[in-house]
Ligand binder design. Structure first.
Ligand SMILES: Nc1nc2c(c(=O)[nH]1)N[C@H]1C(S)=C(S)[C@@H](COP(=O)(O)O)O[C@H]1N2
Ligand SMILES: [Mo]
Length: 246
């Protein structure tokens, strides 16, 4: 554990350093090249379908902090909080033969997976939590993903510094067995600070990929026309790498 924590801290320091490197044009070109290398070649060299470590209940952090948006005040979100999320819907759209619109009850009735995993944020903190929800693969199969789909976009209810938060993964992470749509943390409905009522868990990647306040899942062929084209809020606005594997 100590060694892993050190590695996470070292990784966070490296990312902080990378943001400075990214400010120079040459540095940016190198990082972009590395990112597309990740997108294209990394899957050939390492096993992208390996499982992230899972932990015993005794390892669960007493408090799972919130980060980024922790209490969205935009749009319909405050009304949904007041209603106890009774009218929340999750839409599955895009390159699918059978679009879905699911209530929280629909989602709780699907086959469920529970996993205790460690969340690593690039800002240099980690927390262990137990997450429960259906695998994303179950929804994608029910929606009948079309052959031309290559990426899955996660749409979020919150607006962070004026931009809509969103994220995306390729189909390897979309179909990874630990990629779930979590409605519960440590056996309780998600707190607002952790993304109520639904948030993604993308266990092989860093924290910013785990979209909170999930309203939509959209299958696309390319990321170019989504947001500013880099595949996520932090990718678009701060040059974070799209593939944030850990
Ligand atoms: N919709 C949305 N999802 C988000 C964020 C956010 O601000 N908005 N922050 C990201 C970051 S940087 C991290 S580390 C995790 C934090 O999850 P937590 O609030 O449950 O700790 O959510 C990620 N998902
Ligand atoms: Mo983060």
């Amino acid at each position: 554990m100590k060694r892993r924590n050190f590695l996470v801290a070292a990784g966070a320091a490296l990312v902080a350093g990378c943001n400075r490197i990214a400010e120079t044009n040459a540095g940016k070109a190198v990082l972009d090249a590395a990112d597309s290398w990740h997108k294209n070649a990394q899957r050939l060299l390492t096993s992208r379908d390996a499982l992230a470590p899972e932990y015993p209940a005794s390892a669960i952090s007493p408090f799972f902090r919130g980060n980024g948006s922790t209490d969205p005040q935009n749009g319909d979100y405050p009304r949904h909080v007041e209603e106890g999320f009774a009218n929340w819907r999750l839409e599955v759209t895009g390159l699918v033969a059978n679009p879905l619109s699911l209530s929280l009850e629909n989602i709780r009735k699907l086959p469920q997976r529970t996993q205790i995993t460690r969340h690593d944020c690039v800002e240099g903190w980690s927390a262990i939590g137990q997450w429960t929800g259906p695998q994303l693969s179950v929804l994608l199969d029910a929606a009948e993903l079309r052959d031309d789909a290559r990426f899955v976009i996660f749409r979020c209810a919150d607006n962070l510094n004026g931009g809509d938060y969103y994220e995306s993964v390729d189909l390897i992470d979309a179909y990874h067995p630990q990629t779930i749509i979590a409605h519960s943390l440590n056996g309780q409905a998600l707190p607002v600070r952790n993304g109520a009522p639904l948030r993604m868990r993308i266990e092989r990647q860093l924290g910013y990929k785990h979209a909170k306040y999930l309203t939509g899942i959209e299958a696309v062929a390319s990321l170019d026309d989504v947001g500013l084209g880099k595949g996520g809020y932090w990718e678009d606005h701060a040059g974070y790498q799209w593939y944030a594997g850990i």
